[in-house]
Design a protein around this ligand. Structure first.
Ligand code: NAD
Ligand code: GLY
Length: 354
């Protein structure tokens, strides 16, 4: 088993990564401080893993909330549903919420934990690759608003993250690929050697070799933990984790959430950021081709939708949360293994790329 620690003083927590973790009860129960827990999950994941999690919790009083599946369910409506359920069932400040599912469930459960009675404990059990390498770690919690994705939320850290790679066995291939975009992101933004490792282990990853998946997820979580422990609230280096996301969010918003998966949009967004870097004479054209090849090896899209032009991108990019004082701020790879934030990219330059 790999165990990492996200260091944030009194809010530090462990990240456990292994196969069969959903059979290892004490790793979960030692982070629950009283007798009551409430598992929040959705109607897809509950059928696959809820009974295993409940078995681990046989000594506890277990309540459950099963939301409908889908990004549209990361809503204020469901947030209120969770609050009402907790209140109606007289949960107190000593209840622990357990988020069992992908990033949608992790984000809404974390936000509910941050708000219920001004903050209760929560534990992440992420079951998609994307949530295992990204959303379950680092404490960004949120719900969507009709006017914008993730616009209502809080930084609120879990007490522990349990990553069971066996849960990936039931994940649809397209969702696995979407998670690979976030994996490749870590290589491009900060770890050249990891990018090469991914190139060398493509077949083993596709074959779901356990030791390779554990190492891959561990390296991603370590990279994220290092960044978050330096900059929990994205005042500085945490923004690098948004490589590809400014273009990607524009694609998701324009195409309608769910039509392009988040990871697919990030993959195309990283190609656009890399093309911008080539135009700025930073990234070598050969490095752009390597990035495209690795993304393509995991069946990720490289081209923006044909229906999107400069104007359809820019209207969304101007609303990005990273922008300050009306200036666009973009993450650009200088080379494979090093990205920077730039606020000096002109809209003319963007128009050439888009
Ligand atoms: P998701 O939670 O919608 O899960 C994708 C699909 O896989 C869903 O249909 C889900 O029911 C299903 N599923 C989950 N686990 C499964 C399993 N083991 N087997 C079979 N099916 C399974 O999507 P996601 O990609 O995990 O997360 C995307 C969300 O995460 C977005 O809302 C995004 O904004 C958020 N996110 C948050 C952060 C953060 O730092 N908090 C980072 C990245 C993304
Ligand atoms: N997914 C980006 C972040 O956690 O900062």
């Amino acid at each position: 088993m790999a165990t990492l620690q996200l260091d944030l003083a009194e809010r530090s927590y462990p990240i456990y990564i292994d196969s069969h973790l959903l059979k290892a009860g004490e790793l979960l129960t030692k982070h629950i401080r009283a007798k009551r827990v409430c598992v929040v999950t959705n109607d897809v994941v509950s059928q696959l893993y809820l009974s295993s999690v409940k078995e681990l919790l046989s000594d506890f009083q277990v309540d459950e909330i099963i939301l409908p599946d889908g990004e549209a369910e990361k809503s204020l409506h469901n947030f209120e549903k969770i609050m009402s359920h907790l209140l109606a069932n007289t949960h107190g400040r000593d209840t622990t919420l357990i988020a069992l599912g992908g990033g949608v469930i992790g984000d809404i459960t974390g936000f509910a934990a941050a708000c219920y009675q001004r903050g209760i404990d929560f534990i992440q059990i992420p079951t998609t690759l994307l949530s295992q390498v990204d959303s379950s770690v680092g404490g960004k919690t949120a719900v969507n608003h009709p006017l914008g994705k993730n616009m209502i939320g809080a930084f609120y850290q879990p007490k522990a993250v349990l990553i069971d790679i066996n849960s990936l066995a039931t994940l649809p291939a397209r969702e696995f690929s979407a998670g690979m975009a976030e994996v490749i992101k870590y290589g491009i933004l900060g770890d050249r050697e990891f990018f090469y490792w991914l190139e060398q282990h493509t077949d083993a990853i596709k074959a779901s070799e356990s030791s390779v998946l554990i190492e891959m997820i561990e390296r991603c979580c370590q990279c994220k933990a290092d960044i978050v422990s330096q900059d929990e609230t994205e005042a500085g280096c945490r923004a690098l984790l948004n490589l590809g996301h400014t273009f990607g969010h524009a694609i998701e918003a324009e195409q309608g959430y769910g039509n392009w998966l988040h990871g697919e949009a990030v993959a195309t967004g990283m190609v656009l950021a890399a093309k911008l870097s080539v135009a700025l004479n930073l990234l070598e054209a050969s490095e752009l081709r390597r990035i495209e090849s690795l993304l393509a090896a995991f069946d990720l899209p490289l081209e923006a939708p044909e229906t999107m032009d400069f104007h359809s991108f820019i209207k969304h990019m101007r609303r990005d949360k990273k922008n300050i004082g009306g200036k666009l701020r973009l993450i650009i790879p200088n080379t494979i293994g090093q990205a920077v934030m730039r606020d000096d990219i002109s809209e003319d330059m963007l128009q050439q790329i888009l």
